[in-house]
Ligand binder design. Structure first.
Ligand code: AHR
Length: 334
């Protein structure tokens, strides 16, 4: 300590110069001359990824896909779990901007409220890729592309299947709906698509609709309330498998037979959901694929190289009945 206090002026000047060079060098690591970013010392692209959380089997599979694909593509991944909170995502994105990552990718927990932080990324010349869920920003220049499912279509496919099943119903068909977390794109869009499809048959009525936050616990708790408040429930539409799986517990506890007394339609097609469908506890699933990692890494390389990418890339998906689930289950990876 004493020695430091007695440094000579030339020595101090040299130390200051060295630290300036060091800071400059570190800062330069994050950016190169390739337009939207740079590479680390070892030539790797660095991606900052903000994940929604770990709320469902789908999300776990999505996180695995992203981590594995980053490793396979040689992309250095900085990963943050936002625990379903928008403020955590905004904080993570700001950290990535400060760290001067090359690309930022995230799956927005809700649709609204992103303009300010997206503008900050744009001003820092860091390209942003939206994955899984989109945002409702009017300014599309705030992000490079959106890779993910058509959630309205998923809801519509679920509704169309129900319309077909109930085409001979002579009286009211009472439907309860378990929504995803409030404000999330898949919650808004699946509700919309399903509602539009069932409008084809005036007998089909949604008698109760509440958020279960895409979790098993949420699905169970809200289904218990639905069962208490409504004597006649014919159909459950759950916005994901996990809420449907939670609801099974509530339905069993109420002495009803899932898949028979109550027709159950869900979205995702993760293994546990597919098992429930194969066992006849669920009746129909609209698929939503979580395997977005390889396409995301591909896009990251392209935007980093300054290449044009399409503004919207839609995931390919299908639907499953019980028979189809039985067939697909042995090869289901997640
Ligand atoms: O955004 C995709 C949705 O989020 C999945 O359907 C759901 O399981 C997840 O939590």
């Amino acid at each position: 300590m004493g020695k430091m206090r007695t440094q000579s002026a030339p020595w101090r000047a040299a130390a200051v110069l060295a630290s300036v060079l060091l800071v400059g060098g570190v800062a330069a690591c994050g950016n190169s001359d390739t337009g939207g970013g740079g590479t680390t010392d070892d030539g790797k692209i660095t991606m900052g990824f903000s994940q929604v959380g770990a709320e469902s089997g789908w999300r776990t599979a999505n996180t695995t896909s992203i981590k594995e694909a980053a490793a396979a593509a040689g992309i250095e991944l900085k990963f943050d779990d936002a625990q379903q909170k928008q403020e955590n995502q905004i904080k993570a994105i700001r950290n990535y901007i400060q760290q001067k990552v090359d690309v930022i990718a995230f799956s927005p927990v809700v649709e609204s409220g992103w303009d300010t932080v997206l503008k900050e990324a744009k001003d820092a010349d860091i390209p942003v890729i939206l994955t899984d869920r989109s945002v409702d920003s009017a300014d599309k220049s705030l992000y490079k592309t959106f890779l993910g499912s058509d959630f309205v279509k998923e809801g519509r496919l679920a509704g169309e299947w129900l319309v077909e099943q109930k085409k001979t119903a002579s009286g009211p068909v009472n439907i309860v709906e378990l929504q995803g977390n409030t404000g999330a794109a898949p919650a808004n869009d699946r509700k919309k698509g399903f509602g539009e499809a069932i409008a084809a048959n005036p007998n089909l009525k949604i008698i109760a609709s509440q958020p279960g936050d895409f979790t098993r616990a949420g699905g169970k708790q809200v289904m218990e309330q639905f069962l208490k408040a409504n004597k006649k429930i014919d159909v459950l539409f759950a916005h994901n498998d996990d809420m449907g799986l939670g609801a099974l517990e509530a339905i069993n506890a109420a002495g009803k037979v899932p898949g028979k007394d109550i027709t159950i339609i869900t979205v995702d097609a993760v293994k546990d959901g597919m098992q429930a469908l194969a066992d006849g506890k669920f009746n129909f699933i609209a698929e939503c694929s979580p395997l977005l990692g390889p396409q995301l890494m591909d896009l990251a390389k392209k935007v980093h190289a300054g290449e044009e990418v399409p503004p919207r890339i839609e995931t390919e998906e299908t639907t499953f009945t019980t028979e189809q689930a039985k067939e697909a289950l042995p090869n289901r990876k997640y």
